[in-house]
Design a protein around this ligand. Structure first.
Ligand code: ZN
Length: 256
């Protein structure tokens, strides 16, 4: 649906409703009006989207008169800004008590889909962002059963910016609703078998030994133990100063 193909009245009256009903935006919940109208909740967001004021007017359905004065290209930019701005406000809203409640309802209904991992047996998933800033990554789905993240199956969902949910929401959600975390069953862990027999424990030891022999693993281990000193910027300068001191030269600063 293209909002500019609608009449001016429809365009200026139902922006949030239209946006939430657009295909691909099913993961979003409606931000409460009182949250949206409190400017404190929007602090700092003006630096993330162009035409911030007009975008906010569009979200709040106050854009009707202004829209007649500006050209179509600006309208398109304002509309794009409004979508991004609403997404960023949404990320802030869903970590409030009201927002968590709304998302919990959607989670219970399975609105976000189910885990694709076979042994999770259709556990409900939650949208999750790996970044908090726009344009840094798309939305992922977090499964509380296998504690892993997945790309949404549908491209219309997978194109949504991850910043509309942010990095805090999913962990905070399950901290707030621990009763919604599915029970972990040891039988949900897959056991590989060869001709019906479990793979012997010693096979894991062989794999580990093979890894230990790899040069990149040895380098990582040496770094972790502090045996491999990372290159620093100061080290050569200090080395040069020491060399000069040994030769009996004075440093440039001492000469002044
Ligand atoms: Zn899972």
């Amino acid at each position: 649906m293209d909002e500019f193909s609608n009449s001016e009245e429809e365009y200026s009256s139902y922006w949030v409703e239209w946006f939430l009903q657009t295909k691909g935006n099913e993961y979003l919940c409606e931000v409460d009006e009182d949250f949206l109208s409190d400017r404190f909740n929007l602090t700092g967001l003006n630096s993330f989207v162009p035409h911030y004021s007009m975008a906010l007017d569009l979200i709040n359905d106050n854009f009707g008169n202004d829209s007649k004065k500006i050209d179509d290209e600006t309208k398109r930019v304002v509309d794009d800004s409004a979508k991004k701005l609403y997404g960023l406000i949404h990320a802030r809203f869903i970590v409030t008590a009201r927002g968590l409640l709304k998302m919990a309802e959607k989670y219970r209904q399975g609105d976000f889909g189910r885990c694709p991992r076979t042994l999770c047996k259709g556990a409900c998933v939650l949208p999750h962002g790996q970044h908090d800033y726009l344009g840094e990554g798309k939305v992922r789905l977090y499964c509380p059963k296998c504690e892993d993240i997945y790309t949404p199956k549908s491209s219309r969902h997978s194109n949504m910016d991850g910043a509309f949910f942010g990095t805090t929401f999913a962990p905070f959600f399950f901290l707030s609703y621990p009763n919604l975390i599915p029970r972990h069953n040891p039988n949900d862990q897959y056991t590989p078998r060869i001709f019906g027999f479990k793979v012997h424990h010693s096979a894991k030891v062989h794999r580990l030994q093979y890894r230990l022999m790899a040069p990149e693993f040895q380098l990582q281990a040496r770094k972790r133990l502090g045996l491999e000193k990372p290159r620093s910027v100061e080290a050569p300068a200090l080395g040069a100063a020491t060399a000069r001191a040994q030769k009996g030269e004075s440093s440039p600063s001492a000469m002044n």
